[in-house]
Design a protein around this ligand. Sequence first.
Ligand code: ADP
Length: 313
Amino acid sequence: MKTMKALKIKNLKKTYKNGFQALKGIDLEIKEGDFFALLGPNGAGKSTIIGVICSLINKSSGQISILGHDLNQAPHEAKQHLGVVPQEFNFNVFEPVEEILVNQAGYYGVNRAEAFKRAEIHLKQLDLWDKRRDMAQSLSGGMKRRLMIARALMHNPKILILDEPTAGVDIEIRRSMWAFLQKINEQGTTIILTTHYLEEAEQLCKQIAIINQGVIIKNCAMEELLSELDSECLELHLKTAIENTPSLGHYPVRLKNQTTLEVEIKKGESLNTLFELLTLNNINIESIRNKSNRLEQLFLNLVTPSKKIQESD
Ligand code: ADP
């Protein structure tokens, strides 16, 4: 059976009015049912892509289709399948929470009785039911973010796109939002999210594209990406200060300051030899931490391929 692509982006370019080219020819294909991360640093072009998909930003050129409907030629059909959660809160803060949801469903032609039913489901799932009669203004940041998600789901879209869904949200709410997104993905909703929060992509997503300066620099399964990672960086905090970078055999090492050493170790490598060498050098370790998570390390390698930890002079 031929599976339909949830989202297809072909050679998408965007040059802003000031002449800045934010997207330099983006190609992306996202399968139905996928949980897809678009990962990149601030300014990479993630929000611009989302803005173009939800027609808030005019593209300069390229094509976008949503479940086979071209966004230019069949905008109504295309948008019917799409729920979008932008970064900025854009609901009427003087409206009660439940009204916001019911009115949104109305824009998509859902009748009020049905809309109230759906609102109840989403508000309960997103832990906002107790707040349904409150003005949106009175909600906390995390609650407002969840309200945005509930609103995006009111017309039962097959694809949910979220721009930095957990930005500024505390860790507990973040985890419960992750669990919620995972649940609706398992129930069949295709989820596409942007993030510069690397752990988020690693925890949640099956597929990943990495964008930098308006260009996709990597597009593969998350597993594949993780298997490519062959090293990580340990930060060693020293009990006593040292002046010079020690020689630690084959381990690339850098003296960050007099009491902090950074050492790169290969995947699966035993740490015993490292500690033996540290002992030989009379270096006492007070504590150790993993400086970067593995994904972060790979991201650095992709963006600056030649940048490796070097022995400092
Ligand atoms: P991200 O979401 O990955 O942080 P954005 O898509 O917001 O990145 O921005 C991509 C680039 O486009 C940035 O360099 C940003 O400064 C620039 N940009 C965004 N909006 C505009 C605009 N309206 N006019 C000019 N440049 C813009």
